[in-house]
Design a protein around this ligand. Structure first.
Ligand code: GRF
Length: 214
C-alpha cells in the first residue's frame, strides 16, 4: 500500500474523489495526511470526517517562498509519503522542495497541457473558440504546469458554454482522471523516459491510456 499525501488550497473536490476511490479499494494506497496552505480550505473537512490528519501551513505567514517550502517540506517528510498529489494546490513549489521529493509529486491541471498553462484556463479556451478542452495530470518539475504527462481527459466545448459550465464539465473529468493516474502510480505502472511517461499494463507492456470513464 502506497502512502499518499495530498496538498490542497480550497474546495477539495479532487481530494474527495481520491478519498472515495480509496474507500472503495480502487487504489492500492491510503491517504495518510492532507496539508493546506489555507486554513479556510473547505476540502480539509473531507479528511477530518475520515479521521485523516490535516495540517495547515498558512503561506500568508511566510515572507519568502523558500521559508514556506522548507516548512512544507518538513511536514511532508515526516510522513515519508510515496506520492504527493497537488489537488488544487495554488502555490508554486521551488527548486529545493522539488528536488527533495523528485519523481513523487503529481499535479492536476484544468487544461490539455501544453495548451493553457497557468490560470483562467476555461476562459482562455472559450476566448480561443477551441472545440475540445480537458485536464492533465503530470509529474511536477521546476517549470510550472510543465512535466511528464501521465494522463489527459478530453471534454467537448459546447456552443452555449460559459466559464462555469465548461469548468464543471472539466472538473468531472478531473475527478476520474486523477483517480486513474493515482491508481497507476500506486500499482507501479508508470515509468518516465526522455521526459515521457510510459503506462504499463498488468504484464508490464507499454499500453495506451483509456479515456477515463464515469
Ligand atoms: C481544479 O480545477 C484543479 O485542476 C485546479 O484547481 C481546481 C481545484 O478544485 N488546479 P478542487 O479544490 O479539487 O475542487
Amino acid at each position: 500500500m502506497k502512502k499518499i499525501l495530498v496538498l490542497i488550497s480550497g474546495r477539495g473536490s479532487n481530494l474527495a474523489a481520491l478519498l472515495e476511490a480509496v474507500d472503495k479499494n480502487e487504489i492500492a494506497g491510503r491517504i495518510v495526511h492532507v496539508i493546506s496552505n489555507r486554513a479556510d480550505a473547505g476540502g480539509l473537512n473531507f479528511a477530518r470526517e475520515r479521521g485523516i490528519p490535516t495540517t495547515i501551513i498558512p503561506s500568508k505567514d511566510f515572507n519568502d517562498r523558500e521559508a514556506f517550502d522548507m516548512a512544507l517540506g518538513d511536514a511532508i517528510a515526516k510522513e515519508q509519503p510515496d506520492l504527493i498529489v497537488l489537488a488544487g494546490f495554488m502555490r508554486i513549489l521551488g527548486e529545493k522542495i522539488n528536488a527533495r521529493f523528485a519523481g513523487k509529486i503529481i499535479n492536476i491541471h484544468p487544461a490539455l497541457l501544453p495548451s493553457y498553462p497557468g490560470l483562467h484556463t476555461h476562459r482562455r479556451a472559450l476566448d480561443d473558440g477551441v472545440k475540445w478542452h480537458g485536464c492533465t495530470v503530470h509529474f511536477v518539475t521546476l517549470k510550472v504546469d510543465i512535466g511528464p504527462i501521465i494522463g489527459q481527459a478530453v471534454v467537448p466545448v459546447l456552443p452555449d458554454d460559459d466559464e462555469g459550465a465548461l469548468a464543471a464539465r472539466v472538473l468531472e473529468s478531473e475527478h476520474r482522471l486523477l483517480v486513474d493516474c493515482v491508481r497507476w502510480f500506486c500499482e507501479d505502472r508508470l515509468t518516465v523516459r526522455d521526459n515521457k511517461v510510459i503506462l504499463h499494463d498488468e504484464v508490464g507492456s507499454a499500453c495506451a491510456q483509456q479515456h477515463p470513464q464515469g
